[in-house]
Write a protein that binds this ligand. Structure first.
Ligand SMILES: [Zn+2]
Length: 299
């Protein structure tokens, strides 16, 4: 082998192993999805979330500057719920510019569950043009990323999109996907072990974001908010009676939503109030903490 050729080979080899190609830009809608993409993509991806932690998805509308910063996205992992209009707008914009973006839809094959409503006195109100940042009830539930089963179904599709955008990384994506699936199975088993034996199955929330999780594990969430707002005093009084009748022992509050009524209820019923954030990027730890808090409160 000529000296030049061996130098070239050496260069090519070290180039492949050391100076990795630039990371694949991936955009997601909510921070927990960044957890999923990073689990599979590792340092071959650069993930950005449209909605920041603590922001509400329900009123979300990206600024033109934010859209511009995201336009190099080669993959978009969307939640895929019709309420998230910003996803369609973003994808449309990318397509108008002729950017070849691959879209992964987490809602593929998901049957949307109805969103919990309480104390609806007759009518459902649809405040899609509302100003308080919350959605009206009577809609279907968009918070599907809190279900390990739904995440497990979407994970191979995320890996496929990464492989298609970055074929060189295929072995890495496959290996990391397998590790992530094992992590999901272990998490699911751990949650079941904590929750299976519990007699009580009901918990309260200020905002009903845990419905898919509750469905997976045979639990029931009762939502305090009414049409995205604090209940009236009369509604609150009736709600407290119902919660007492259900022997409820814990109320979870989500950052970014009013906790005033939750505090009243926790005091009135003398039950635990626990902050739990379904928008946290630390997805696995959050579900683990949620199941631990449920076990502590309901056993
Ligand atoms: Zn929500």
């Amino acid at each position: 082998m000529s000296r030049l050729l061996s130098m070239l080979l050496l260069f090519a080899f070290s180039g492949a192993s050391m100076a990795a190609s630039p990371p694949v830009p991936v955009t997601v809608s909510v921070p927990p999805q960044a957890y999923f993409v990073e689990a599979i993509g590792g340092d071959r991806v650069q993930v950005r979330s449209m909605v920041a932690p603590g922001q509400s998805t329900h009123s979300f509308s990206p600024s033109p500057r934010q859209l511009q910063a995201l336009e190099d996205a080669r993959i978009y992992v969307k939640v895929g719920h019709p309420e998230y209009v910003f996803e369609y707008q973003f994808i449309q914009m990318l397509e108008r510019r002729g950017a070849g973006v691959r879209v992964v839809d987490m809602a593929e094959d998901v049957d949307f569950r109805p969103l919990e409503a309480h104390g609806h006195d007759g009518h459902h109100h649809h405040h899609h043009d509302d100003h308080d940042g919350h959605h009206g009830h009577g809609d279907s539930d968009p918070h599907l990323w809190v279900s390990p089963a739904i995440v497990r179904a979407a994970a191979p599709r995320i890996a496929e999109a990464l492989e298609a955008a970055d074929p060189e990384g295929a072995p890495v994506y496959r290996e990391r996907l397998n590790a992530f699936l094992l992590e999901l199975d272990a998490l699911d088993a751990e949650i079941r072990q904590r929750l299976n034996g519990l007699d009580r199955r009901v918990f309260l929330v200020n905002h009903p974001a845990w419905g898919y999780f509750a469905d997976d594990y045979g639990l029931q969430q009762m939502a305090i908010e009414v049409d995205g707002k604090d209940p009236s005093p009369a509604q609150l009084a009736r709600f407290i009676d119902r919660a007492r009748a259900e022997s409820v022992r814990v109320v979870f509050v989500q950052p970014g939503f009013s906790r005033r009524s939750a505090e009243v209820i926790a005091r009135e019923l003398d039950i635990r109030l626990v902050e739990m954030d379904p928008m946290s990027k630390d997805w696995g730890a959050t579900l683990r903490a949620l199941s631990q808090a449920l076990e502590d409160a309901l056993s």
